[in-house]
Design a protein around this ligand. Structure first.
Ligand SMILES: *Cc1c(COP(=O)(O)O)cnc(C)c1O
Length: 404
């Protein structure tokens, strides 16, 4: 199979493998070969491929009603909003179709908040190594030169500070006029599985309260149970003003949401924001079902337990490896940091070990397995990673990592 399909724009360095069927954490390619999925479509299919209840709801709702338009009330949208806000401690939801769109809504809410306070050029604080999406505004909020080069002029209105560094936030508060909000991932995924400490998040919450800034959390990758709590910030015992979710919310069906509480929940009024497809009955019934299954099966707790097993297994199996610098993460969001570029491991894992992994920031192997994995499958991921890393060292080329 050729590496570059001729009919599709070259937005991804694609592996020459195409899957035709999936079941839980297993995938089969078009030659019938079976693979173990260690990334779940990059934190999307957390309930596994083709979860029977999700698949049934997709089919049933498609045969009942798919789309009407947001100029009418949509019962499934309201029910999903209620259910999602209940697990997230939020008040209102705006539904859209992707993570970037959810962040766009958050950025617009921040700007409205600023203008409401009489700030004519509002600034939003963002972090080193952040990833917030590929639209022009979210790309501007992102901090990854390889994703930004060629797209100037980017959007103004962002102030960047080091991640997990409260002194830097205080410094910016003193010296940068017009800050109205902070946008931050509690766990940076694309940025290399970096975690903000609980103390930092608490202090950030306090500064936002003091300054009248909105605390806006991007939980698109780390939310929906993945780190062992419904949302990663809940480990720190804080509540944000705005939170964005997407990826696992539809288990593969496209849906995103921007959630808000307090003043932030009431800033949009008719005409200020909108979407044609967002919040349609099909996507929302699917999202509702995903939440229901996750709650019933206690998926956040399961992610915590499986995550501990995966982390302990990797630590034991890789402790003697000369290229492994650190293994870190929360729940089923884990990174293995290498002391050399290792993007070639993605293709080698696929072909030599029949295992799906990603490499981010050139040196960090990222694992995001489905929460429905069995313990045996978690152990199998550890065994395949160990075989991969011990069979021969990485090629040290910064080539084709799979970007989000
Ligand atoms: C994936 C991701 C996004 C972008 O989501 P899309 O659905 O690809 O637009 C934004 N923020 C974070 C933290 C992500 O992981």
């Amino acid at each position: 199979m050729p590496q570059t399909p001729s009919s599709v724009m070259r937005t991804y360095a694609r592996q020459p493998v195409s899957f035709t069927r999936g079941d839980g954490a297993r995938l089969w390619d078009d030659e019938g070969k079976e693979y173990l999925d260690g990334i779940a479509g990059i934190a999307v299919t957390s309930l596994g491929h083709c979860h029977p209840e999700v698949a049934r709801v997709v089919a049933e709702q498609a045969g009942t009603l798919m789309h009407t338009s947001n100029v009418f009330r949509i019962a499934w949208q309201e029910q999903l909003g209620e259910r999602l806000c209940a697990v997230a401690n939020m008040e209102k939801a705006f539904f859209c179709n992707s993570g970037a769109e959810a962040n766009e809504a958050a950025l617009k809410i921040a700007r409205l908040h600023g203008h409401g306070k009489g700030v004519s050029l509002p600034q939003i604080m963002v972090m080193d190594n952040a990833f917030h999406g590929r639209t022009l505004a979210t790309l501007s909020a992102t901090d990854n030169p390889s994703k930004k080069v060629g797209f100037d002029p980017l959007m103004p209105g962002f102030v960047r500070v080091p991640y997990d560094d409260i002194a830097a936030v205080k410094e910016a508060a003193r010296h940068t006029p017009g800050i109205v909000a902070v946008l931050i991932e509690p766990v940076q995924g694309e940025g290399g599985i970096r975690m903000a400490s609980a103390n930092y998040l608490k202090a950030l919450r306090a500064i936002c309260d003091e300054q009248g800034w909105l605390l806006m959390l991007d939980e698109i990758q780390c939310g929906m149970g993945r780190t062992g709590a419904w949302f990663a910030h809940q480990h720190a015992g804080i509540v944000p003003d705005v939170m964005t979710v997407a990826k696992a919310l539809g288990n593969g069906f496209p849906i995103g949401a921007c959630l808000a509480r307090g003043v932030a929940a009431d800033l949009f009024s008719p005409g200020l924001h909108g979407t044609t497809f967002g919040g349609n009955p099909l996507a929302c019934h699917v999202g509702y079902t995903v939440l229901e299954v996750m709650a019933r099966e206690k998926m956040p707790q399961r992610a915590a337990a499986l995550g501990q097993r995966l982390l302990a297994g990797l630590q034991e199996a890789l402790s003697a490896h000369p290229n492994v610098v650190a293994i870190r993460g929360a729940g089923l969001m884990l990174g293995i940091e290498m002391n050399c570029p290792c993007a070639d491991l993605v293709g080698r894992a696929l072909h030599e070990q029949r295992l799906l992994i990603t490499v981010t920031r050139d040196t960090i192997i990222r694992l995001l397995p489905a929460m429905v994995c069995t313990e045996a499958q978690i152990d199998d991921i550890v065994a395949r990673i160990a075989r991969l890393l011990f069979s021969r060292p990485p090629e040290q080329s910064a080539a084709a990592s799979i970007p989000i």
